[in-house]
Design a protein around this ligand. Structure first.
Ligand code: C6P
Length: 422
């Protein structure tokens, strides 16, 4: 590593509280699984984290004792389900440091949240001749919805470039922003490189230009204390399955005055105040953006996941992961024939690498034989791959339950993979 990793760029890792990883691991029975004869080493956390018993139990308990549809019934179960669902919304508000629970919209996840902003806010605010900016390191979820919007509206999609370390070139942002810029969409943390972007700094520049900032928070929520107000975001999207919660649920946070002014996105039940053939009126926030029966159990699971994270403490989690990242980088750098991709000064626990002469998928397959789960591919970030002139990378990503011994097993398995192909 070229720079000493820090938790959030301001505090040295050594100052953070330590984590009782063995106690954490006891909450994840799946970690005892054998893959063949090897104990599972789960290093695909950037794709989806595993769920602790606290989340599985909360979901099962809710389903067993209080499950019903929400916002519809006068009966006891519906009221209890509504309380649990709205309680989860308040839990997300607290996690994000938002001012008002009505600013939290439950959706399927980050992808759906960004599509909502593109299709509701974007269609209302972006016209022919306008432009918007995304960064070169975005996940496809934070590129394609904007491409579709720009094509539809006759607007220009501008790209904020990064350097070869995987850091955004902020001076370029000032060049790209002008009086016709309506939206800037940037990830807080890159899923392919681990780069932690300076969102507060970006927000300042975006607002000076009169545009709004959409933050893809998918990879930030498991690693960083988020405060949407302090970071200066206008919209913030994340998925539960990346922060020890279930798949199929996530949330969009948006500034209230923006959400209130936005047209509804999908029509249907729950999002209306009254329906007549001559005129339909819409429900206030957040219902206006939650047409149909939501992922009720998922919201309950998400709330339990946020409780789980808070119980261990984000500062301790983040420092633990940074130590693992440091250890893995140092050991891989000692192996000849390993090329790491992404070397930003501030990084979350994502490690992308290539082995000379070996396809990333072959690396992933051989690591799996040793019980090590990593992701191999373009990570839904093809422009990042294009930047480095590669088709794919192998990616190890660390979470709360990973250990130094698992890092060593990864490195040993990488060495064996090299031997196999030598
Ligand atoms: N990245 C990965 O392996 P969804 O699928 O909607 O929950 O999240 C999409 C998404 C958006 N932004 C970022 C930065 C992401 O990392 C992801 C999901 C996974 O990296 C699956 S491709």
């Amino acid at each position: 590593m070229t720079a000493t990793p820090t938790i959030d760029g301001s505090q040295p890792v050594s100052a953070a509280p330590t984590l009782d990883v063995e106690a954490v691991r006891r909450e994840f029975p799946i970690l005892e699984r054998l893959i063949g004869k090897a104990r599972l080493v789960y290093l695909d956390n950037a794709a989806s984290t595993q769920r602790p018993l606290a989340v599985l139990d909360a979901e099962r308990d809710f389903e067993t004792h209080a499950y019903s549809n929400v916002h519809r019934g006068v009966h006891t179960l519906s009221q209890e389900a509504t309380e649990a669902y709205e309680g989860a919304r308040e839990r997300v508000r607290r996690f994000l440091g938002a001012a008002d629970a009505r600013e939290v919209i439950f959706l399927r996840g980050t992808t759906e949240a960004i599509n909502l902003v593109a299709q509701s806010y974007g269609r209302a605010e972006v016209s022919a001749g306008d432009n918007m900016v995304v960064s070169e390191m975005e996940h496809h979820s934070n590129i394609v919805p904007w491409q579709m919007l720009c094509q539809e509206r006759g607007a220009e999609l501008r790209v904020l470039p990064m350097d070869d370390d995987g850091e955004l070139i902020l001076e370029e942002l000032d060049r790209l922003l002008d009086e016709r810029t309506r939206i800037v969409a940037v990830g807080a943390v890159s899923n392919a490189l681990g780069t932690i972007n300076p969102i507060a700094e970006i927000a300042r520049r975006v607002h000076d230009a009169g545009a709004v900032l959409v933050v893809d928070g998918a990879q930030a929520v498991p690693h960083q204390q988020v405060d949407v107000q302090a970071m200066g975001a206008d919209f913030f999207a994340f998925s539960a399955h990346k922060v020890y919660g279930p798949s199929g649920v996530g949330a969009l946070w948006g500034r209230r005055e923006l959400l209130e002014a936005m047209p509804p996105w999908q029509g249907g039940g729950s999002m209306i105040q009254s329906v007549r053939f001559d005129q339909t009126t819409y429900a206030p926030l957040p219902a206006k953006f939650e047409a149909g029966t939501p992922e009720i159990v998922g919201a309950v699971g998400l709330a339990a996941a946020l409780d789980f994270v808070d119980r261990w403490g984000m500062e301790a989690i983040s420092a633990h992961e940074t130590r693992l990242l440091e250890r893995a980088c140092a050991q891989l750098d000692d192996l000849p024939g390993v090329r790491r991709i992404g070397n930003a000064r501030r990084r979350a626990s994502v490690l992308s690498f290539l082995l000379d002469g070996i396809h990333a998928h072959d690396v992933g397959t051989l690591l799996d034989r040793d019980g090590i789960a990593v992701r191999a591919g373009h990570h839904c970030a093809q422009p990042v791959m294009q930047h480095y002139g590669v088709a794919s990378t192998t990616r190890a990503s660390f979470g709360i339950y990973n250990t130094e011994e698992e890092v060593d097993r990864l490195v040993e398995a990488v060495r064996r993979t090299q031997e196999f192909f030598a």
